[in-house]
Design a protein. Sequence first.
Length: 427
Amino acid sequence: MTMPLSDLSHAELTVLHEEQTSAYNALVAKGLKLDLTRGKPSAAQLDLSNELLSLPGEGIYLDSTGTDCRNYGGPRGLPAIRTIFAPLLNVPVDQLVAGDNSSLSIMHDALVYALLKGTVDSVEPWSKAPIKFICPVPGYDRHFALCEQFGIDMIPVPLSEHGPDLDQIQQLVADDLSIKGMWIVPMYSNPTGAIYTEEVTRALLEMPAAGDFRMFWDNAYAVHHLTDVETPALDVLGMAAEAGHPNRVFLFASTSKITFAGAGVSFFASSSSNVDWYLKNLSKRTIGPDKINHLRHALYLKGADGVTALMRRHREILAPKFDQVTSILSKRLGECEAATWTDPDGGYFISLDVADGTATRVVALAKQAGIAMTGAGAAFPHGRDPRDRNIRIAPSFPSPEEVAVAIDGLATCVLLAATEKLLEESV
């Protein structure tokens, strides 16, 4: 097909619909069982870090400072692991805390501490009154789930390739002091791959807002590049201090998609005041993180250069899968203009926008054909995409062969749903 679907006559649409129905029935008959729902590392990626399974080794349990990693204590985490990741995250090492496996757990805790105790700048706990969060969309469903869990009202704001709609955000926070937070994935945003520019970031840091307004800066993909252009992380903490709002940023990261997804190291960074606040609250929940895991990671990665080298090996596995997705989508959907999609320079996802009002149908068709996709609308608060068009593609976990089959099948579902809708509208 060499023309947009919208230019086809009713008769031509009918023929195309019949072709896609036949292709879809053949797809269902294959009995596929493919999963593109979550951005999980593949077994081949996890294998890259199997050396961790033999570390730190028998009789090795002291770090370079003589700390016995088998014992309690050390709430900031081992200096060795913090020294490795501080330059990669572009934060001072003394303002970086290393925790247990999940950065999502730290986000949860920071949010709960603010709700129950308030921040260092709060006059009362956040939970004393209804609060709101700004949520750039499409965005990360687990961020939105945290807000939903605690009854926080979410305000969706459109996200472009360079950051969210600044005019809208600036007006929102200036007019409503109940807006206490904002979710941000600054590098290779989930799911679009957007990268917040320095200009956008400075504007967010400088804008007037509630005194205890916090940017939840989830730098989950800071080193997860898919091309030779390895964009460095912004010095967001330094920029916040320059803007006169040193406490505005809570920064989160982890090694979950660097080493082992289920056995990594998480990080929290912020101003010195915020770090003290976090550790004071954390001290009631734990006596210290898994320092043995910190030690094994430090021994394995050795330094920031070790992380960079490891991530280039990840890229060798991941990049061809992303290339497959964009190549197949271009071949199947490009000329007929049945959808648009992102072509990210990093991260774990591709954001696919299909014809308005058809995303739910596309996902349902794919499921029936044995291709599991994240639910339509998952990248929006409460799972509600007002245009019912956005679908997140996560190509990391399946094999390259499975990715090709799944995306080709997904394209068939997109075309079938689009022709269905156009035929209905033309009656």
